[in-house]
Ligand binder design. Structure first.
Ligand code: CTP
Ligand code: CA
Length: 228
């Protein structure tokens, strides 16, 4: 029994994961997005499934195959991702937010393609409006619903990694945040991670994203309250 529990530490648990970028349309042919490949989130989905969990993956626009046994919902925009997550998050034991959610979207959607105007060299300008914070909203929900789901955030920073990761841990009231240590991790197959919680830090050194995902899943499983 001990060995079986070791091998499948998330048996009987459910895990919801966001992955990839979001795409925020400007007009019917253009939009704002970012360079997230979704690889880390898809690797975590696969690792959580291997660990025995029932896994739902909410994916932005990415070119990746769905890991075997994982339920996948595709979305484009941050608002769609927010709706897809918040409508079911309370039913999950764990929420892992790996998505690089666009922080802002164009305030107005232009119905037709924006055209250049002959003789007018002035570039168009757009007003942006802030997207909802999916992770913070799920975390607030878990605070009122007795610690469920257990929320894991990711932090993408270009400087002062640990300081910013700690700030996010506190601001979003998370039990655990994962900081990307690897330089320019977007799209790469490997990475290095720094796990940050109230107790301290633990580094997961440079490795394949799937190996890192498997270690992270073990760390999450260890932290889950038995009675969640
Ligand atoms: N996140 C989210 N919804 C958003 C923005 C971020 O769910 N609208 C989640 C990300 O998936 C990640 C964590 O919050 O798990 C931190 O994202 P990050 O972009 O690093 O932080 P922000 O809070 O957006 O702050 P900033 O981009 O200014 O550093
Ligand atoms: Ca952000």
């Amino acid at each position: 029994l001990e060995a079986a529990l070791q091998a499948k530490p998330l048996a009987g648990r459910s895990v919801l994961i966001t992955a990839g970028p979001t795409f925020e349309p400007i007009d019917p042919v253009r939009g704002l997005t970012n360079r997230s490949s979704g690889k880390m989130g898809f690797a975590i989905a696969r690792a959580a499934r291997e660990a025995g969990a029932e896994v739902t993956l909410i994916a932005g626009p990415v070119h990746l195959d769905t890991p075997r046994g994982v339920r996948r919902v595709d979305v484009q925009t941050a608002l769609q991702m927010h709706e897809a997550v918040l409508s079911q998050a309370a039913q999950f034991d764990v929420f892992v937010a790996t998505a690089a959610v666009a922080d802002w979207r164009p305030a107005q959607l232009t119905e037709h393609k924006i055209k250049k105007k002959a003789g007018d060299k002035a570039a168009p300008s757009f007003e942006l409006t802030e997207n909802p914070d999916i992770l913070a909203d799920v975390s607030a929900l878990s605070a009122t619903a007795g610690q469920r789901p257990f929320c894991v955030g990711f932090a993408a920073e270009s400087q002062d990694l640990l300081k910013h990761a700690r700030e996010k841990l506190v601001r979003k009231k998370l039990p655990l945040i994962v900081a990307n240590l690897g330089p320019a991790t977007f799209g790469r197959d490997d990475n290095a991670l720094l796990l940050v919680d109230a107790q301290g830090e633990r580094e997961l050194p440079q490795d394949d994203k799937l190996n890192l995902a498997r270690e992270l899943v073990q760390e999450i499983a260890r932290r889950l309250p038995a009675n969640l």
